[in-house]
Design a binder for this molecule. Structure first.
Ligand code: 2YC
Length: 273
């Protein structure tokens, strides 16, 4: 499956803006990036802080497929450092880089090709997948923004890896979850998962959901007049599904970033001993 592929312009400047990004996240959700990562991964904050003092992370550039994305490994490194973990980028790429990571006694190794972005814990073999981490992290952010999702009506757009992970966490949190995909076949296996509603006519139902997770790679298709008046949106999908003027009008109720939340949750998941 070819996942959405970031471009250099999606991540340019991400490292300079992490402090303002995290302040903005706190304002919108009442949670810091670290608290979102801990809530999504089930890691207690003091455990996560201790792991940060103890563990070393390596990020390996991968040349496979369409190759290196300018700024990608540096953005990943900056997010992980921001969360308090010593982090290196290997000089070598691919297998050579992985060898160097192990040789430099890294405990956790981050690497991404065009189809998969993982964090591997070299001690216990656990692999954190970016799609799962991102889905859980965005639901955690929505949980914060909504002051709790229990019994709340939430619609997930997109039944790919991120949408499915979002749905799973929403169910764990007791939300009244629904999912929609343009391809009706994509949700056929979810059909009678306990309590999940499968929506098929988006234009009809969209306005009935006060909470939305946009996990689609479709850009600029959500206009304000089609949305619930108090809409809150967790938008992991790239490009952003909201139209530019809709985003400008409801920005304080929208969570959207290219890497930060997904990487933070991957780190928390991979840091468990
Ligand atoms: O620079 C590198 O090491 C490249 N091989 C990185 C390729 C990442 C491709 N994946 C993506 O752009 C998106 C990310 C948002 C996470 C998952 N897919």
């Amino acid at each position: 499956m070819n996942l959405t592929r970031l471009t250099e312009k999606d991540i340019i400047g991400l490292d300079q803006e992490l402090v303002s990004y995290s302040r903005d996240l706190l304002k919108k959700t009442g949670m810091t990036l670290r608290e979102i990562a801990c809530f999504a991964s089930g890691v207690r904050e003091e455990e996560f802080l201790r792991a940060g003092e103890k563990l070393k992370v390596a990020v390996v550039p991968i040349t496979a497929g369409l190759g290196i994305i300018g700024g990608f490994v540096h953005s990943v490194q900056d997010i992980i450092r921001f969360l308090g973990f010593e982090t290196v980028i290997t000089r070598g790429t691919d297998v050579d880089g992985f060898y160097q990571a192990a040789h430099q006694k890294a405990d956790i190794v981050f690497m991404a090709d065009d189809n998969r972005f993982i964090a591997l814990n070299l001690h216990n073999g656990f692999i954190a997948d970016n799609g799962i981490a991102t889905g859980r992290g965005y639901v955690a952010a929505l949980h914060g923004m909504s002051r709790g999702l229990k019994e709340k009506k939430v619609l997930v757009l997109g039944a790919g890896p991120v949408g499915r992970a979002s749905l799973e966490f929403l169910q764990e949190l007791g939300a009244q979850s629904a999912i929609y995909d343009t391809n009706t076949l994509a949700t056929v296996d979810i059909k009678n998962q306990d309590g999940v509603t499968i929506e098929s006519d988006l234009d009809q139902v969209l306005i009935r959901y006060p909470y939305l997770v946009d996990a689609t790679p479709q850009g600029s298709f959500l206009a304000l007049e089609k949305l619930h008046k108090n809409i809150m949106v967790a938008a992991p999908g790239i490009p952003l599904g909201l139209t530019a003027d809709t985003y400008a009008m409801i920005e304080e109720r929208v969570i959207h970033d290219p890497l930060q939340i997904g990487v933070a949750v991957m780190l928390a998941l991979a840091s468990k001993d």
